[in-house]
Design a protein around this ligand. Structure first.
Ligand SMILES: Cc1cc2nc3c(=O)[nH]c(=O)nc-3n(C[C@H](O)[C@H](O)[C@H](O)COP(=O)(O)OP(=O)(O)OC[C@H]3O[C@@H](n4cnc5c(N)ncnc54)[C@H](O)[C@@H]3O)c2cc1C
Length: 350
């Protein structure tokens, strides 16, 4: 049996490990400690409309492909507590916010993405906790959210059941790693092991709030708002919500900043006033593994090494498709996908 070593055991590494083990590889994952992984900090939205920026057509196309892999992925994982929401509402307060949302909705619609316009009243019928100040928005049907911590636990369990071995230590040099093939999936730390990839940290903060007796229950949808020009989202959990997220390119420490936490709290409460009564469970920061053009790096860089990193703001969404593309690369197949451009990867490794 051929041996595969995966460096990094969070959402990307574990998804690749499970898929490779099911394709007949003997897999070992090196993962020292997942506590600081972006995969744990994340909010868990499978966001296409919410995370694609107007004009990023290639990104939108890849995000849609990524989403199309989720039904089968969820079925394989077989755990009905992973899904946290089944669709998303995008809402705005002032005329500038609404204007911005309309532009995004038009762009999405023009590319065949399902968008359902909603008045403020219709939004409050779907989500009674949304502020009466919300003027309008749209529903992005089928844009799920998952409980990313539950997902990590289930992925880890399924990988172990499929025979994946985990070594609790950090890799300091890819040359020291044994295995016929190696997959680099160390998130932002991929830059330390392979600096030429150009992966850099994009820091983001999130808050976790717990439902308190007497308060309105958590929403059923992901609610993404533009409040006073800033983006904020509220993602349901069965016992509370995740509020996010700030973005500071280049920030490389994992401590939340007071100002970021204050903005998130005030914007979330403006979006959904009942959150004022929730308990503040945590404020955390994580490092998204970003790339200069925003697209992930998935593909072969030499005879023994395949990279699966640079997933930026959408690594949870892109986990299933990444595992599939890595398995195909390991099997020697040529990958036909807009995110994989051999020229780009060879540029990155020059
Ligand atoms: C605030 C915030 C909110 C986000 N929200 C979302 C969201 O809603 N939806 C979404 O799709 N994405 C979201 N993301 C992005 C998503 O979290 C990342 O794209 C994704 O988690 C990247 O996964 P990864 O496995 O590549 O990296 P990570 O999750 O960072 O994991 C890398 C792993 O590699 C291990 N490692 C590092 N160095 C070594 C080494 N030398 N040897 C061995 N192991 C090593 C680490 O311990 C870590 O466990 C968010 C990110 C942030 C910060």
């Amino acid at each position: 049996m051929k041996t595969l070593t995966i460096v990094g055991g969070a959402v990307i590494g574990l998804s690749c490990a499970l898929r490779a083990a099911e394709s007949g590889w003997e897999v070992t994952v090196y993962e020292p400690d997942q506590t600081c992984a972006a995969s744990r900090v994340a909010a868990g939205m499978l966001g296409i409309a919410g995370e694609s920026r107007t004009g990023e057509d290639a990104y939108l196309a890849f995000a849609e492909q990524a989403m199309s892999r989720w039904p089968a992925f969820l079925e394989r994982l077989g755990d009905d507590r992973i899904v946290a929401a089944s669709s998303s509402l995008m809402v705005g307060v002032d005329s500038a916010d609404v204007g911005e949302l309309t532009m995004v909705a038009d762009w999405l619609r023009g590319r065949g993405h399902p968008v359902e316009p909603l008045t403020g009243k219709e939004i409050r019928i779907l989500e009674p906790a949304v502020s009466s100040r919300i003027r309008s928005g749209f529903r992005a049907g089928g844009e799920l959210a998952v409980d990313n911590r539950r997902l990590l636990q289930v992925l880890s369990d399924r990988a172990a059941e499929a025979g994946v071995r985990t070594v609790r230590s950090q890799v300091t040099d890819l040359a020291d790693v044994r295995g016929d093939q190696v997959v680099l999936a160390a998130g932002v730390n991929s830059a330390l092991l392979s600096p030429d990839l150009g992966v850099y940290p994009s820091k983001g903060e999130v808050l976790r709030l717990g439902w308190a007796t007497g308060a309105l229950p958590p929403p059923e949808h992901v609610v993404r708002g533009r409040i006073n020009g800033r983006a904020v989202y509220v993602v349901p959990r069965h016992d509370g919500v995740v509020v996010g997220a700030t973005q500071y390119d280049g920030g490389d420490d994992r401590l939340p900043v007071a100002g970021g936490v204050a903005d998130l709290l005030s914007d979330a409460i403006e979006l959904m006033p009942s959150l004022r009564e929730y308990r503040l469970l945590s404020a955390e920061a994580g490092l998204r593994p970003a790339t200069p053009d925003g697209m992930p790096l998935i593909g072969r860089v030499d005879d023994r090494t395949v990279v699966a990193t640079g997933h930026g703001r959408n690594g949870i969404l892109m986990s299933a498709i990444t595992a599939e593309l890595v398995a195909e690369t390991l099997a020697g197949k040529t990958i036909d996908n807009p995110s994989i451009d051999a020229g780009r990867l060879s540029w990155a490794t020059q």
